[in-house]
Design a protein around this ligand. Structure first.
Ligand code: F6R
Length: 594
């Protein structure tokens, strides 16, 4: 997963392309590069390991009106300058997002013909293949190359014979073209050109195109012309990343607003509500799937639906789902949760579910994302664009949609009324949890050097423990694990000593005393305990080393409130350890490889 941008028009292409790459750094930020035709029509390449900001210093002011750019998340080869895109071979200069699974065979065939490679990437092989097969007909060459590559690709390239064109190819990785007046844009995500135009063409799989300042010509891989469908993307554009001190913190503080928008949007749409009722009432098996934080939201969704609806719900990691020969048929609803809507494993899970006749419901934050194309019903989280790598506001809105769906499927009118009232109160309660920020910052400084951190909870606090732990390890690089509180004594308690912090999450009334019992077992072994709870009195009696008191709320709301201090804790520990929480090492926001 990487980010691609391109520009052809009358502006300085370098500036448009590099600004666009900054918006796409959520897709990867190991290295960045740009390829362009300068004012004399000469093909130039500039690339650099590290963030786009480094490349900007090198290339922002270069002249020229046609360029392609790339921000990389390494799949094949180290994250160094040689492996950065674009790759230049003969007449061609190419950027690529995806994986060419058969690249090794193609590379060795080209090597036998004498071709030398400068990088370890599969992408350079695609560029070399174009150069090798090129006979003056670019379109024909593109189609042949596209048919030879196995795997996924979104490709944009320049060809020395056409200095006013960008060529694009797509299969299984997203690619969009923005159409302006006498100018056109290319990007993995239209957010990169949203400030210039809202007229977007989303390329479909197995399509290729020629982009010039007058627009796009579209073809299939056999050179048959295809119709260009223009859509209006009205994206919320977050402005210049440089001005925001930390996107992670900014996005955590946007949670109350995200919750309000998500609930209002859902309840205002009668069509979505009746489709939701229709799909779930006709099916008797429900599977929730997603990856990482989205999967953790599924775990909360399971508890919520089983509690409110008494509906048996199965959860599956999307990265495992397709390899298990899952029991899915036309009576199954598969709910796929994905902030980006582009996560490869989650997409593949939806494709498998569809192929077996199941209904697919997508919960996503990106309305035109790939996952929506496979879905019978799309439920849109209205978190707004999430730039920081760690999912924060999107997680709470995913959980909220599970609760909203429960309220429309629930047949007991009293319960429905009660849930809706709780949802109304939620943004206010979330704002109260944000007031803990200063206290959390102090606690973070105190605990930022611990050897390890465990998060424990029971009932709905257990999935929350797994999410608190994922957030911490992701942005602080500390070792951490989330447990069901009752499991500690079955082995992991052996790890506890004075160098370990245990965060006890105690928000569920029925099991609160049981979780405090587990925390007693920790403190009597010398472990430090930080309690996150709405039961202040019980926590004080217990005598925690640190205490974060949450506003009181019913059980089903608590995951959306209690996660806020956990996210803030991860953020502040990250800062205390001198790490940039927005861009943790080795990660990318959108994981479009399996
Ligand atoms: C963690 C995080 C990841 C994502 C996961 C799925 O903070 O962000 O674990 O949740 O990569 O991404 P989406 O939701 O885009 O499918």
């Amino acid at each position: 997963m990487c980010g691609i941008t391109g520009y052809i028009g009358k502006r300085k292409a370098c500036q448009v392309v590099l600004d666009g790459l900054c918006m796409l750094e959520y897709r990867g930020y190991d290295s960045a590069g740009i390829g362009l035709f300068d004012e004399k029509g000469k093909m130039q390449v500039a690339k650099k390991a590290g963030f786009v900001s480094g490349l900007k210093k090198l290339a922002y002011d270069r002249q020229g009106c046609c360029a392609v750019g790339h921000t990389r998340w390494a799949t094949h080869g180290l994250p160094n300058t040689a492996n950065a895109h674009p790759h230049k071979c003969g007449r061609f200069c190419l950027v690529h997002n995806g994986i060419a699974e058969n690249f090794a065979g193609l590379k060795s065939d080209l090597q036998k013909k004498g071709k030398k490679f400068l990088s370890q990437t599969d992408s350079e092989v695609i560029c070399a293949l174009l150069d090798d097969l090129y006979d003056g007909d670019v379109l024909d060459t593109m189609g042949r190359v596209a048919k030879m590559i196995k795997g996924s690709f979104a490709i944009a390239f320049l060809c020395n014979d056409f200095k006013d064109k960008i060529f694009v190819i797509k299969k299984n990785s997203p690619l969009a073209i923005g159409l302006g007046k006498d100018e056109s844009f290319v990007a993995s995500d239209p957010v990169a050109f949203a400030k210039y135009t809202d007229k977007t063409v989303y390329l479909k799989d197995n399509e290729m195109g020629i982009v010039d300042k007058n627009g796009l010509q579209l073809f299939d891989f056999c050179k048959n012309k295809k119709t260009v469908h223009i859509q209006n993307t009205n994206l919320f554009c977050d402005g210049d990343g440089q001005k925001v001190k930390s996107f992670t913190k900014k996005e955590i503080f946007e949670i109350p607003r995200a919750l309000r928008h998500t609930a209002n949007d859902f309840f205002a749409d009668d069509k979505i509500i009746s489709k939701t009722i229709d799909i779930f009432s006709k099916n008797d098996k429900v599977i929730l799937t997603g990856c990482g934080t989205a999967y953790n939201a599924c775990l909360v969704g399971k508890y919520t639906w089983e509690k409110v609806l008494r509906l048996p719900v199965q959860t599956e990691l999307a990265s495992e789902f397709r390899y298990q020969n899952p029991i899915v048929d036309k009576n199954t609803v598969v709910v796929a949760v994905s902030q980006s809507g582009e996560t490869a494993d989650t997409l593949q899970a939806t494709k498998l579910a569809k192929s077996r006749g199941a209904k697919v419901v997508a919960i996503t934050n990106v309305s035109h994302s790939s996952i929506t194309k496979n879905a019978d019903l799309v439920l849109h989280t209205k978190a707004g664009q999430e730039v920081a790598v760690a999912a924060t506001k999107s997680y709470v809105t995913q959980i909220l949609l599970f609760l909203c769906v429960a309220s429309v499927l629930c047949k007991q009118s009293k319960a429905v009324k009660e849930i809706k009232k709780q949802i109304d109160d939620l943004p206010y309660l979330a704002s109260k949890a944000l007031l803990l920020d200063d206290k959390i910052s102090k606690l973070a400084k105190e605990h930022c050097k611990k050897q390890g951190v465990f998060f424990v909870g029971r009932g709905l606090d257990y999935p929350l423990a797994t999410e608190g732990s994922l957030k911490l390890k992701e942005v602080t690089y500390m070792h951490s694990q989330g447990f069901a509180a009752g499991e500690l004594k079955h082995g992991s308690l052996a790890l506890v000593d004075k160098n370990v912090l245990v965060v006890g999450i105690v928000t569920q009334k029925k099991v609160a005393d049981k979780t405090f019992n587990a925390l007693h077992e920790v403190s009597s072994r010398g472990g430090k305990v930080l309690v996150v709870t709405q039961f202040e009195k019980m926590a004080k009696e217990f005598g925690a080393d640190g205490l974060l008191c949450l506003p009181g709320a019913t059980d089903l709301l608590m995951p959306m409130i209690a996660v806020i201090p956990l996210q803030l804790f991860a953020y502040h520990v990250s800062v205390a350890r001198g790490i940039n929480p927005d861009k943790p090492r080795n990660l990318a926001k959108s994981v479009t490889v399996e």
